[in-house]
Design a protein around this ligand. Structure first.
Ligand code: MTE
Ligand code: MO
Length: 203
């Protein structure tokens, strides 16, 4: 029996529902760190987030302003395209939908590009970043998000592969068409549904 089958059996033995594990993934209790480039360091007050593109009222807000908005604390499973999944991760943040509502979506808005530090970008349909679960997160497991995991603020869109959840997010750009982000230009899937195993172009 190979590693993935053994891992799936462990999931069952622990009383967890194996259906939560997408095809080709294994469960880990660790929290692997995965990104290209360096971990940015911010002076206090330096980080901010801009909502831009096809919106009526583009705006920029700082960390204090973000944390003053109505928040949600949610628990979900995350799935990295490099095949690890982690169950029951808890995040606190602000629904992306609420920020986009505040900016006022213009007719034709259909996609969003997350822009992060050092030019990292990732694209997704507007519908996927305006779900109940898609958040701009600033706490993980009750603590400020560690810099290596995207702190002070990252996107979390749990139903897509985790590369669609930009760490150190700095802008959300609303568009009327899709455009490949960093990994998407380099062969990763434009949508990235883990349960349909959409890892690469053509999957
Ligand atoms: N800014 C930025 N965000 C990023 C990445 C990156 O390289 N840069 N990598 C993505 C990938 S591939 C994954 S799996 C997750 C990893 O998040 P973690 O390091 O907190 O596990 O971040 C995503 N967000
Ligand atoms: Mo990833």
């Amino acid at each position: 029996m190979g590693f993935f089958d053994r891992n799936r059996n462990e999931v069952i033995a622990r009383g967890l529902d194996p259906a939560r594990l997408p095809p080709g993934q294994y469960l880990t209790d660790r929290f692997p760190v995965l990104h290209v480039g360096d971990v940015p360091e911010y002076a206090p007050g330096e980080w901010d987030l801009t909502i831009t593109g096809l919106v009526d009222r583009p705006f920029t807000l700082g960390l204090d302003e973000l944390q003053a908005l109505p928040s949600v604390t949610l628990t979900f499973d995350i799935h990295c395209v490099t095949k690890w999944s982690k169950f029951d991760t808890t995040w606190k943040g602000v629904r992306v939908r609420d920020l986009l509502d505040q900016a006022g979506l213009q007719p034709g808005a259909s996609h969003v590009i997350e822009h992060a530090e050092y030019g990292y970008t990732t694209n997704l349909p507007l519908a996927d970043i305006t779900t109940d679960e898609a958040i701009i997160a600033y706490e993980f497991e009750g603590e400020p998000i560690e810099p290596i995991h995207g702190g002070p603020v990252r996107v979390v869109v749990p139903h897509l592969y985790f590369w669609k959840s930009a760490k150190w997010v700095r802008a959300l750009e609303v568009r009327d068409s899709d455009r490949a982000g960093f990994w998407e230009r380099n062969g990763y899937h434009m949508y990235g549904d883990p349960f349909r195993e959409q890892r690469h172009w053509g999957d």
